[in-house]
Design a protein around this ligand. Structure first.
Ligand code: FAD
Length: 329
């Protein structure tokens, strides 16, 4: 186990900081999902705000682990100044669960093979492996930094995402009050990736599997269905069926959300695809939270705003990853 950072006086702590941790357990939840439990001496101080709270998972260098990884609030500036071979790669993940009393944090990785350092690491993770989490300090200034779920006071909730957003959607669903209403759509690689999740009775939870064992190829739901090819039409159908509840101004047109997502794919700017409204209260209205592959999510947002007529302040959209591109560090 690596040593913990020196204890700073509680009031002076930053919102986010390094936690040097080790894997204590690895549980394969499904063909795609792996839950990795981290433990560390100072995880008792890890922030517990939950929901879609994000962390950076810093991965070891093959040559020297974390010997060159900087501690301290200004770690990013120092890290950027290091020669390339001394820079530990890091990626963004969601805190699935926090148990401060047990000094434990869970992160659920959607494994997509060895093409990225985080997925490759998660696929082989075992008890004792050391990493660094950059996450919220319970006693820091602004520990809710990194939470984008801000529904305000609305009647109807709509959550939609792919496997990378599944941990966040599950954590959000489990936090909702019993009288919450709405729907959650989770598009995952396989039918076996459907996870157990608690949700209020009024929130419909729909799992959409891109590959169904034994299905013919080239159709949605087959081994070759594209990211978003199930999510976009499912959300569209639901929105059209619930227009009255949502209080939106007009119905969708014949242009499908899937077609919008496909058109978006070739037309993405190089800037992060992210917009999180500040948490407006639109009486009786819907709040939509969308996260996953950037082109799919951007297409869905365009459908909700341009076609279905939702106010853009009602839609939070987050491109969690981009097809064909590694995460920008
Ligand atoms: C706020 C936030 C929260 C997130 N939470 C989670 C989470 O809890 N669990 C989780 O699994 N992911 C989560 N992600 C997504 C995760 O950060 C990305 O999938 C990341 O790119 C994975 O890093 P990597 O090293 O495996 O691949 P990278 O090195 O970043 O990418 C390598 C290649 O893999 C592709 N790729 C990346 N992710 C996938 C994927 N899922 N499926 C197929 N191809 C992919 C890229 O397009 C690229 O071509 C989150 C992202 C954000 C921004």
């Amino acid at each position: 186990m690596l040593t913990s950072p020196t204890e700073a006086p509680r009031r002076a702590r930053p919102a986010y900081r390094n936690f040097r941790v080790a894997v204590s357990r690895v549980e394969r939840l499904s063909p795609t999902f792996v839950n990795v439990t981290f433990t560390g001496d100072d995880l008792s101080d890890f922030g517990t705000a939950g929901l879609d709270q994000r962390v950076k998972v810093v991965l070891p260098l093959e040559a020297n682990g974390f010997a060159s990884f900087p501690d301290g609030e200004d770690w990013y500036t120092t890290w950027r100044e290091l020669p390339g071979e001394q820079r530990n790669p890091f990626r963004t993940y969601t805190v699935r669960a926090v148990r401060p009393e047990q000094r434990e944090v869970d992160v659920v990785f959607a494994c997509h093979g060895d093409v990225g350092p985080a997925s490759a690491w998660a696929g082989r993770a075992k008890a004792g492996d050391e990493i660094v989490l950059i996450g919220p300090d319970e006693f820091g200034s602004g520990r809710t930094l990194g939470i984008d779920w801000r529904p305000g006071e609305v009647d109807t909730l709509l959550l939609a995402g792919d496997e990378t957003a599944t941990p966040a959607i599950c954590a959000i669903l489990e936090s909702l009050p019993a009288d919450a209403t709405g729907a959650a759509f989770l598009e995952v690689p396989e039918s076996g990736d459907r996870l157990d999740v608690r949700a209020p009775a009024g929130v419909e939870v729909r799992w959409l599997a891109r590959a169904v064992p034994g299905a013919a190829h080239a159709a949605p739901g087959s081994a070759h269905a594209d990211h978003g090819s199930l999510l976009a039409p499912a959300v569209r159908d639901w929105v059209v069926r619930h227009l009255a509840d949502l209080g939106v101004s007009r119905a969708g047109t014949d242009e499908s959300a899937a077609a919008l997502a496909a058109a978006e794919r070739d037309d993405l700017p190089d800037t992060p695809l992210w917009d999180v409204p500040a948490g407006h209260s639109l009486d009786g209205a819907c709040y939509a939270w969308l996260a996953g592959e950037a082109s799919v999510i951007t297409g869905l947002r365009r459908f909700l705003v341009r076609e279905a007529g939702l106010d853009r302040r009602q839609v939070a959209f987050m491109g969690y990853w981009r097809r064909g591109r590694a995460e920008l560090e």
